[in-house]
Design a protein around this ligand. Structure first.
Ligand SMILES: [Zn+2]
Length: 262
């Protein structure tokens, strides 16, 4: 575990990167690090995450009660605590509103097509959680069913949340999500999507175990043999196929080791 001092600088640095990359505007977004099993260091509400000082951060306990800090804690603390409670392997969380990925979320579209091999290996698919009012328990409830299985989630009409073993890993996943959203958008503009097929997905599942270890239970992307040229819903037959693909991916991973055991 990094020291509290290191964690504070890490959050300040990552907030600047989110702002410089245009992933957040005004006072958007929030970041946190799990300091220990009872304490979380988190960004305050009502200030730009691109211009924070270490002393602006707040420490809360696992029920969200403020233990230290001059400022008020982010209104999205419930989402952070939910993820820490459900994922003992997670020590860093980033929430932001990157333009392209949030555009997909506002269009009601998950990033769940196997278009780019690196994303398939790293994140599997990026699902879309239903809309929940920000700053309310409703938001955390919409994420709850997805948190155990995914490391990056689109939040409908809102933004993106990513999390990982540390804050840097969570931030990298945010970059990957936005980069992939831009690639997916280009395929929609071109009007053509050449999806990876079942055999290739099988090889990528194997590569995920080999290169990344088994620290993600993310389902593999949805594969539609007809392609999905307009981003609309899948056909029934491709939905069944998707289920079998997901089942196979999850089964493979559970055969090796539970993601929460390391
Ligand atoms: Zn937000």
């Amino acid at each position: 575990m990094p020291s509290q001092f290191q964690s504070r600088s890490e959050i300040v640095k990552t907030g600047k990167m989110l702002h410089q990359r245009g992933y957040i505007a005004a006072c958007d977004g929030n970041l946190s690090i799990r300091l220990n099993k009872n304490q979380v260091l988190v960004t305050p509400t009502g200030m730009s995450k691109g211009g924070m000082k270490s002393s602006d951060l707040v420490i809360v306990d696992m029920s969200g009660r403020k233990l230290k800090g001059r400022r008020d804690v982010t209104s999205e603390i419930g989402m952070h605590l939910l993820i820490y409670r459900m994922r003992p392997d997670v020590n860093g969380i980033v929430h932001a509103h990157p333009r392209t990925a949030t555009g997909f979320a506002a269009a009601g579209m998950a990033l769940d097509q196997p278009l780019a091999c690196e994303v398939v290996i790293g994140l599997g698919q990026i699902p879309l959680a239903p809309y929940g009012t920000p700053g309310t328990p409703e938001l955390a409830r919409t994420l709850e069913p997805l948190v155990p299985q995914y490391d990056a989630i689109l939040m409908a009409n809102h933004g993106v949340v990513t999390y990982g073993v540390d804050l840097q890993s969570a931030y990298m996943k945010m970059e990957t999500v936005e980069h992939f959203a831009q690639i997916a958008l280009v395929t929609h503009i071109l009007g053509r999507q050449q999806l990876l097929d079942d055999a290739e997905l099988d090889k990528l599942i194997a590569a995920r175990h080999k290169y990344l270890g088994v620290n993600s239970a993310a389902a593999m992307p949805v594969h539609s043999s007809n392609g999905d040229r307009n981003g609309s819903c899948q056909s029934q037959s491709s939905k069944s196929k998707t289920r079998s693909l997901r089942d196979r991916a999850i089964l493979r991973q559970s055969e090796i080791v539970s993601p929460f055991e390391n």
